[in-house]
Ligand binder design. Structure first.
Ligand SMILES: [Zn+2]
Length: 337
């Protein structure tokens, strides 16, 4: 090796050491989450995920040079990238996530408070919804939905006098699905405030033995626009669709948690009287168009002779109302803890 060769090999060695030191800070996502004790949600299919600490969230996506927090705030970072099937987080990405999740003035309680709850009794007026027949008496879904909703609203109003508790219909009227969606989307909110949407229904089937309750949430595969026009102007057209995908993911996650809380409470309240049929994704109209965590509850089958009889009694409907109320309270406690 002559002098020149030696010099070159030293330079190559130095470059190697320097680049190794530079990359040394990068860490696989799983390891980072484990060491920092963060909650992790990662969907390899969409390449999006979030990290969570004590109810604060930071969303990210593969090859995107930014993080999303506070619903629509953006922090620039080096993009996370895939390496041997692992998502690798550059060092500045990690330190930004750490500081955002440490600093609760950004992503803590202030980030998410449920300022409004919109209860939607399904159907109404000329739209009866499902019809059952119990002992020669007609049982209408619209009536059951309204009775349960009234119970939920009474309980919510006395528990949360400082939150807006709203309802899409107070009596036997018929707001169209468009009206309900418009109502949901027009709730006045401050920054960092959220509204949750709960639609209440009863089920029907040609199969008279079908029985039990279900809770539906938005199908994550359905793409909707949650970012408003102003944000698009502010952040630019390139970022908006990605931001959209990330927020959508967040709303879906919250809808699933809300669905789970209500479903669990229905299980506790109804016990063996009615079987749980699961939590399901749905592209149902109102839920799909509402820019907020939203669920739809099917409280039971009006067409099943046993369950129909239960559903025709005020005591049973009150218990369903109590369960839905308790599930909503559990969800609020979870997000504002
Ligand atoms: Zn219905």
């Amino acid at each position: 090796m002559n002098k020149a060769e030696k010099a070159i090999s030293v330079i190559i060695f130095l470059c190697f050491v320097l680049s190794a030191a530079g990359a040394g800070g990068a860490q696989p996502l799983l390891e980072f989450a484990r060491i920092q004790k963060l909650g992790l949600n990662w969907d390899p299919l969409t390449g999006t995920g979030y990290l969570e600490k004590e109810g604060s969230y930071v969303s990210f996506a593969t090859d995107r040079p930014f993080l999303v927090y506070d619903w629509k705030q953006i922090a620039k970072v080096s993009p996370p990238y895939l390496e041997a099937n692992n998502l690798v987080l550059p060092e500045d990405f990690q330190s930004k996530v750490r500081s955002l999740l440490e600093d609760h003035s950004h992503t803590g309680n202030a980030r998410y408070s449920v300022a409004a709850i919109l209860i939607d009794p399904g159907h109404g007026g000329k739209d009866t919804g499902a019809i059952g027949e119990i002992g020669g008496m007609r049982l209408l879904e619209k009536d059951l939905a309204l009775e349960v909703s009234k119970r939920v609203i009474d309980l919510l109003r006395s528990r949360f006098p400082n939150r807006k508790i709203l309802v899409t219909r107070k009596g036997d009227s018929y707001p169209t699905l468009d009206d309900r969606v418009a109502m949901a989307n027009s709730v006045d909110l401050e920054k960092d405030e959220a509204v949750i949407y709960v639609s209440i229904h009863a089920n029907a089937s040609f199969n008279k033995t079908a029985k039990g309750y279900e809770v539906w949430y938005l199908n994550p595969e359905y793409r909707r626009t949650v970012v408003d026009a102003e944000t698009v102007k502010e952040k630019g057209k390139d970022i908006a669709p990605i931001l959209n995908a990330m927020l959508e993911e967040e709303f879906t996650t919250e809808s699933i948690i809300l669905a789970r809380k209500v479903y669990e409470r229905l299980g506790v309240e109804l016990g063996r009287q009615s079987p749980g049929r699961g939590i399901r994704p749905e592209e149902w109209f109102v839920v799909r168009n509402a820019k907020m965590p939203s669920i739809l509850i099917e409280m039971g089958f009006i067409t099943n002779p046993d369950e129909g009889r239960s559903l025709s009694g005020s005591g049973y409907l009150r218990r369903i109302g109590d369960a839905i109320y308790n599930g909503i309270v559990d969800f609020i406690d979870y997000f504002e803890r």
